[in-house]
Design a protein around this ligand. Structure first.
Ligand code: FEO
Length: 632
């Protein structure tokens, strides 16, 4: 018997809800919007998804199961996605019961299925369940692989992301990382599956941060270890066990993980958490926040008795500065504030600047106790003076709060401070280089051909000059080989890059010279326009061919005026802007390792090590000058 009759019962039903991810991969998970508290402690007001994935190949593989609460829907989904295929393997990446609850049912429904897991997982299966497992298990360890026909799956151990047995799986055929709890997010999927189907930054990033910080925030070192392993893999899609699948702009979430796992604040600003019984401590917190805001500092405030701790822990990972204001209660810290301080310490909060306000109508102790607990955390700098309120704020104490605001502001790097209108330079001859970054540009692949030599480079300077005739201008750095070719042949193509463009396109065309490399080597396309010059048909939305009518030498750059000879649409994807490239495509510079000195290129993240950056230094990666470097 390959599959039990029960499978047929599920298969025949109409209660399924499955989503195709690729030709071979299907989401068979389920959502839960009834759960009040995830893991009994984290509110999930927008629900939660339990993701399970079915890979159909010569051998069919299921990645994890789901929580008991949604098991019925999951089994229906799985049966539908399998159809008449048999289930060969269940890979158990994580044993927490929200992903493992249905293992026994899978074994009953699919008697020939083999469970693939590591030794630690096997021990946990035996701890949680009583069914026979030894005869059904295949143990894997780091770097073991499983070939399913077309696909090769690689197993990568990820201990403590979030439990010790966790492993992730990399499908090297489709370049998909099955990331277990990593890159997960609270919130039901609401009909979508991919992060790019929703406004993730606006609607889900807070929930992704709350998920990360509360579930794996304590294990930053282990998450960094996984990120390091993942950095050697070419990943085009991430399939986590909760939340959305990432198939575009993976850097958006990976760059957040780099910050979160290293306990680096995402933003400069002040989180103020207060515990106030009759509003007096709250009043002090409000005065402080108002003063900070007046100086242009971002603030976020929480009443710890009202806001669930998971939201405040999450905010503490976001902001650079934390203020705790608490009344004294039972000769200690107010109960909800005490819970928060313990929670933050348990989640390993570090690298923050902290200020403390206490209140006590007779023996105020909360300030010292907060200091004592936070002093155990790594790299927490607590401002020396605690403001100590006796019942209510008096006029004389307002100045103390103002001083605390100033002391906090003094610790902000000047580059993060808002620019005051009155500080705008009045000299008529001042030229601030960075104003050039405020101009909006697109990004394009400029291609040319000279004899048998095809070449291309990235430019951001294509402008339409006239509509009749259709005429454009481009400015090209004279150091670019493509510029020489256009000077000689008077012809070029422009491929307009879209938001789906990946960093490798910029590396391919931007970071080395066509004089000594073939920039098209390894490309899967070989499309040429009518002028026989190559263009880029992927991650672009239009192609323009042009013939040069005039070339003007502007020192470092040639300005070409050209008439359009051919132009056609390739896709409906939006064009990428320079700003979008910086925000979503360009890898974020890694946080500097402790003690590392030097300058980082703001364009590509290259690090120049040394005390002094030569004025004429050119970035070896992206060829931008010293002006685009900033001190680490
Ligand atoms: Fe969703 Fe650690 O499990």
């Amino acid at each position: 018997m390959e599959q039990s009759d029960q499978h047929d019962k599920y298969y025949g039903g109409h209660m399924y809800c499955i989503k195709k991810i690729t030709d071979d991969l299907t989401w068979v998970g389920a959502n839960d919007r009834r759960l009040a508290m995830f893991e009994g402690v984290y509110s999930v007001p927008y629900g939660v998804s339990y993701n399970s994935y079915l890979l159909c190949d010569e051998k069919n593989v299921l990645f994890d199961t789901v929580d008991k609460a949604v098991q019925q829907r999951f089994l229906e989904n799985l049966a539908k996605a399998l159809g008449n295929r048999k289930l060969d393997y269940l890979i158990v990446q994580h044993m927490e019961p929200d992903h493992s609850a249905a293992i026994q049912e899978i074994l009953l429904l699919y008697p020939n299925v083999k469970i693939i897991c590591n030794e630690k997982t096997l021990a946990m299966i035996k701890q949680f369940y009583d069914f026979d497992i030894d005869s059904r298990v295949q143990i894997v360890k780091e770097n073991d692989t499983l070939n399913t026909g077309k696909h090769t799956l690689h197993f990568v151990m990820a201990p403590m992301v979030h439990w010790p047995e966790v492993m992730v799986t990399y499908d090297s055929t489709d370049k998909i990382l099955f990331s277990a709890d990593g890159f997960g997010c609270f919130g039901a999927l609401n009909g979508a599956l991919f992060a790019d189907e929703v406004d993730f930054n606006r609607d889900y990033m807070d929930e992704a941060r709350r998920y990360y910080t509360n579930i794996v925030g304590k294990y930053g070192t282990q998450v960094e270890a996984l990120l390091n392993k993942a950095s050697s893999l070419k990943i085009e899609m991430i399939c986590p066990l909760h939340g959305f699948v990432w198939r575009k702009n993976l850097k958006d979430i990976i760059s957040k993980y780099v910050l979160w796992s290293s306990y680096t604040p995402e933003e400069h600003g002040v989180m103020i958490a207060y515990a106030s019984v009759y509003g007096n401590t709250e009043n002090a917190a409000e005065i402080l926040a108002t003063q900070l805001r007046e100086k242009g500092i971002k603030t976020q405030m929480f009443d710890v008795s009202v806001t669930p701790a998971s939201e405040i822990v999450s905010a503490a990972f976001r902001w650079s500065h934390l203020v705790f204001a608490s009344t004294t209660y039972n000769a200690g810290i107010f109960v909800t504030m005490e819970a928060l301080i313990f929670d933050l310490a348990a989640h390993n909060i570090q690298n923050r600047i902290v200020a403390v306000i206490e209140n006590g109508s007779w023996a105020a102790t909360s300030g010292d106790l907060i200091r004592e607990h936070l002093a155990k955390c790594k790299n927490i700098k607590i401002l020396e003076k605690t403001i100590s309120i006796r019942s209510g704020i008096k006029a004389t104490q307002v100045s103390e709060i103002y001083s605390m605001a100033n002391e906090i502001i003094a610790t902000f790097p000047s580059s993060t401070m808002p620019i005051k209108k009155e500080s705008a330079p009045t000299q008529s001859n001042i030229v601030q280089q960075e104003t050039m970054f405020k101009l909006s540009y697109g990004l394009f692949v400029l291609t040319a051909r000279d004899g048998d030599k095809d070449n291309g480079c990235i430019i951001n300077t294509v402008t339409q000059i006239t509509a009749s005739p259709l005429r454009i201008s481009i400015a090209v750095n004279k150091a670019n080989f493509t510029c020489n070719m256009i000077l000689k042949t008077k012809e070029f193509n422009i491929s307009i890059l879209t938001e789906s463009a990946t960093f490798d396109i910029f590396e391919r065309f931007g970071f080395h010279s066509g004089r000594d490399t073939d920039k098209f080597k390894g490309c899967t396309y070989n499309d040429r326009a009518a002028n026989n010059i190559r263009y880029v048909p992927e991650h672009t939305n239009a192609m323009i061919s042009a013939k040069v009518s005039e070339s003007i030498d502007y020192g470092t750059h040639m300005l070409f005026i050209a008439d359009i000879t051919q132009a056609f649409m390739i896709s409906k994807e939006p064009s990428v802007t320079y700003q979008y490239y910086f925000d979503h495509i360009k890898p974020k510079p890694q946080p500097a390792k402790e003690g590392k000195k030097g300058f980082v290129c703001k364009i590509c993240g290259y690090v120049y090590e040394g005390d002094k950056l030569p004025g004429d230094y050119i970035c070896p990666l992206c060829k931008h000058g010293a002006v685009d470097f900033e001190k680490i």
